[in-house]
Ligand binder design. Structure first.
Ligand SMILES: [Fe+2]
Ligand SMILES: [Fe+2]
Length: 399
């Protein structure tokens, strides 16, 4: 082969190599693209998976909780696992359906925020969302007319209505300090989450309304007893306050605190069945009169027998005059057989009787009452509960 044809050959081969190189390069690019797409869809799948599992967890956890605080915390925690945001507000509609109020807030502290009332016929994203029962995505906060700017760093906002039985009960609001963070997919996620949470929030609201109804009925009944027994004015309130402080000092759960509250308010409800001339006798009682007064814990127990919701409270009331040494009434229960709540009530009851003015006896100072409780530790009072009670009184009333 002569030189010229050799050079031609080489140039041809070079072209071929270049073409091959180009091809390989293109395949390489395509492969990188594929890998990227694969990674993206894997990430997407992971996100969807996370979302589904969060939705599943929320439906499970929120449907088993009637406690607002726990529910709010679950909602925050689970929503955070599927959505990137900087502030979350859960707003509920007031009983007259006029305005929304923030019941849960997670974000920077904002002065007066929890007291703000967002009227449905007013301005702002939440009001519009509730009024029109539709979710809203504000891509750029400055573009929304009538925005209520609660924090200067908010860039985007999303709201989803909380609807139960076609009625609006509140809204979720989430804000981000980043631009281009929220989009229609994120809004859809928030909406599915909101619709799952609605039932749970509605149930928790019902339960809490029911509970406050109980409390107001119980308070009205307590007032009725105090109207009858004039010497014990304010007694139920003080016993309730002391019992609640002791329960908190002993780190009782919210549920137990609720129970002891109702039991304390109603502890002397049975006095309704005791003649007024005995309750209000200015001098000391005869043994027969005393045995009539002693019936009040059993009468209270019977009065509450038809209210199945208050079974625990009823037992506490029944035992509030039992003594640690078994010399109490009506059952003469001993030590561990007496409910802790009833022991707390007994201490609060005795402390209040010692420290408040009664016509037939001297009033003790707080320190004197503490000494008296110390003397009766192990006889009238459970030694451990009495020590906790004294600790609580010293901490909250003497310092
Ligand atoms: Fe009593
Ligand atoms: Fe009492």
């Amino acid at each position: 082969m002569d030189q010229e044809s050799m050079l031609k050959q080489i140039s041809l081969q070079k072209d071929e190599i270049e073409a091959l190189y180009e091809e390989t390069h293109a395949i390489n690019n395509e492969l990188t693209d594929y890998i990227k797409k694969l990674n993206d869809s894997q990430r997407e799948l992971q996100e969807i998976n996370q979302e589904i599992s969060a939705m599943y967890t929320i439906s499970k956890s929120i449907n088993s909780s009637l406690n607002f605080n726990k529910l709010f915390l679950d909602i925050y925690r689970l929503l955070k696992s599927i959505l990137d945001y900087d502030m979350l507000g859960i707003l509920l509609l007031d009983d007259n359906k006029k305005f929304l109020q923030i019941k849960y807030w997670n974000g920077p502290d904002i002065d007066g925020l929890m007291d703000m009332e967002f009227y449905l016929d007013g301005e702002g994203v939440c009001a519009l969302c509730a009024r029109e029962k539709r979710p809203l995505l504000v891509k750029n906060i400055n573009d929304f007319e009538g925005i209520i700017m609660i924090h200067k760093d908010i860039k985007q906002e999303m709201t989803a209505p909380l609807i139960y039985n076609n009625e609006i009960i509140g809204v979720f609001i989430v804000d981000t300090f980043k631009t281009n963070n929220f989009d229609s997919d994120k809004l859809a996620t928030l909406c599915s989450f909101a619709s799952l949470a609605s039932t749970a929030l509605y149930n928790a609201k019902l339960y809490s309304d029911l509970h406050s109804n109980y409390i107001s009925t119980a308070k009205a009944l307590a007032k009725a007893i105090e109207a009858k027994d004039i010497s014990t004015k304010g007694h139920c309130d003080r016993v309730t306050d002391l019992s609640l402080r002791t329960a908190k000092h002993l780190a009782f759960s919210d549920e137990r605190v609720k129970k002891i509250k109702i039991a304390a308010i109603l502890h002397d409800i049975g006095k309704i069945g005791i003649p007024e001339h005995i309750l209000n006798k200015p001098s000391s009682l005869t043994s027969e009169e005393y045995s009539i007064i002693k019936k009040h814990s059993t009468i209270g127990y019977e009065i509450l027998s038809d209210i199945s919701h208050l079974e625990n409270e009823r037992q506490i009331i029944y035992q509030h005059h039992e003594r640690y040494d078994g010399k109490g009434y009506p059952l003469g229960l001993h030590g561990m057989d007496i409910l802790t709540e009833a022991k707390i009530l007994a201490l609060a009851d005795a402390f209040d009787a010692m420290t408040s003015a009664r016509p037939y006896k001297e009033t003790m100072t707080i320190s004197e009452a503490i000494e008296e409780i110390k003397r009766k530790r192990g006889t009238q009072f459970d030694p451990e509960i009495a020590s906790s009670f004294i600790e609580m009184v010293e901490k909250e009333f003497l310092k």
